[in-house]
Design a protein around this ligand. Structure first.
Ligand code: ADP
Ligand code: MG
Length: 269
């Protein structure tokens, strides 16, 4: 999740950044994977930005009492005390190119809402370390979490010919508590569909064997009330996606994690 975009970014910059990990056993936590991943990803990208000549990012995990701890250290430019006090402020940035300065303030909010803490140690010229501590999962927390969100759990069928897309969607949806079955092609998908009961079908528009809207049409013949979400990419013909009497909602690639989860929740409601 973090490492792939990181490697791309590093290749783009033509520098060498090595990643070292020391991943101690940790307990599970209850939380929103989308928000937490965004927070961690931003910290890693900031570390890359802080090492224009390359360097090392070290990622560590450990337990401390009932807290799950993770730290991200870099060997970058570091920060003065004065700057350290500002980095969690909204819109604070020292970057000129297309930076919003919202990464750490958003991360701060996320960690707070998860009843956790984020802190930073830094030394000018030597690097920085961000440490995050989150309370480990407890049954009580899980119960309040679920009732608070009133989540509907669904059996979901995903049809997409790209493994990466299937995998990422499957992981999002499993994290949200759904049961997910994937099919790499339209025929396989339709077979599975007729073998089992699903509450929702998510299909790619540009499937090679049968176009997505054609699948949607076939499904609606026998299951008119079954919701169908179409996945579309840049360059897909929006008119095709919009053969919309068969399609209940559309999600666009590249995926925005929170919008996918929102679309799915809205449709199941
Ligand atoms: N690892 C780091 N090393 C040095 N400075 C950092 C590091 N992480 C964040 N910063 C500083 O904090 C500022 C705010 O970070 P962030 O909120 O993610 O916004 P942005 O990345 O858009 O600038 C950065 O512009 C940078 O000055
Ligand atoms: Mg940032």
């Amino acid at each position: 999740m973090i490492i792939t975009p990181l490697q791309k970014s590093i290749q783009r910059q033509g520098i060498t950044i090595s990643v070292e990990t020391e991943l101690g056993d940790i307990a599970p936590i209850a939380g929103n994977i989308v928000e937490l991943s965004d927070a961690f990803t931003n910290i890693v990208f900031n570390a890359v930005d802080a090492m224009p000549e390359g360097g090392t990012i070290a990622i560590k995990t450990w337990m401390e009492n009932n807290n799950v701890c993770v730290s991200f250290s870099d060997t970058g430019v570091g920060m003065t005390e004065e700057r350290k006090e500002k980095i969690f402020d909204p819109f604070f940035t020292t970057k000129e190119v297309s930076a919003m300065g919202m990464g750490l303030s958003t991360a701060y909010g996320t960690i707070q809402r998860h009843s956790g803490k984020i802190s930073v140690d830094s030394e000018i010229g030597h690097g920085s370390r961000f440490t995050i501590k989150l309370p480990k999962y407890t049954e009580r927390q899980a119960q309040t979490e679920i009732t608070a969100k009133e989540k509907k759990i669904a059996n979901i069928l995903i049809m997409d010919d790209e493994e990466y897309v299937r995998d990422i969607l499957r992981r999002f949806l499993i994290c949200e508590g759904h049961y997910v079955v994937v099919a790499e092609g339209a025929r396989k998908g339709l077979d599975l569909f007729h073998e089992r009961n699903f509450d929702l079908v998510i299909t790619d528009l540009g499937l090679p064997e049968i176009p997505g809207y054609e699948i949607a049409k076939q499904i609606k013949v026998t299951h008119p009330n079954l919701p169908i979400i179409m996945i579309t990419a840049w360059g897909d013909d929006p008119l095709d996606a919009g053969k919309s009497q068969y399609v209940d909602s559309v999600i666009n690639k590249p995926f925005q994690w929170d919008s996918i989860i929102q679309v799915v929740q809205d449709i199941l409601r």
